[in-house]
Design a binder for this molecule. Structure first.
Ligand SMILES: [Zn+2]
Length: 142
């Protein structure tokens, strides 16, 4: 792994922790009193990935599901389950503080596997691109 990949691994692994996810919500479109608060989103596994054009864009730290267009009455756990029923974290349906050690370790292991899959996919795409360039170059030599 190169340095950039090591940094990705380190940063993304920290999102196993609700506290770290909550820190990504520097500003959120709703206040803390509504159902769809930053704290509830972080509890339900989401990280803030929004910007000026998409101010309420979030993604799950584990299944990578991207969601936006939230209403203040939305329940983050319900929406997470509805849009990504296969996610191992949302299937547990428990906030971090009630997870058993084994549940936490299993989630963390799955996250590590997902991060490595992403890194390998990105490397494979680079190799495929190089192969395509070589094939194109060879065809011009005929
Ligand atoms: Zn998820």
């Amino acid at each position: 792994m190169d340095n950039e990949e090591m940094t990705t691994l380190k940063v993304e692994l920290e999102f196993c922790f609700e506290k770290r996810r909550k820190e990504t919500f520097k500003s959120w479109v709703f206040n803390d009193k509504v159902n769809c608060s930053a704290a509830k989103l972080a509890e339900a596994g989401f990280i803030f990935i929004g910007n000026r054009h998409e101010p309420d864009s979030v993604k799950c730290f584990l299944c990578d599901k991207h969601l936006d267009s939230w209403d203040e009455d939305d329940d983050p756990w319900t929406e997470h389950l509805k849009h990504s029923p296969g996610c191992s974290f949302v299937k547990l349906d428990k906030p971090e503080k009630t997870l058993t050690l084994m549940e936490f370790i299993n989630i963390r292991n799955e996250l590590i596997e997902n991060i490595f899959k992403k890194i390998f996919k990105s490397r494979k795409d680079q190799v495929d691109e190089l192969i395509d360039e070589c094939v194109d170059l060879l065809s011009t030599l005929k």
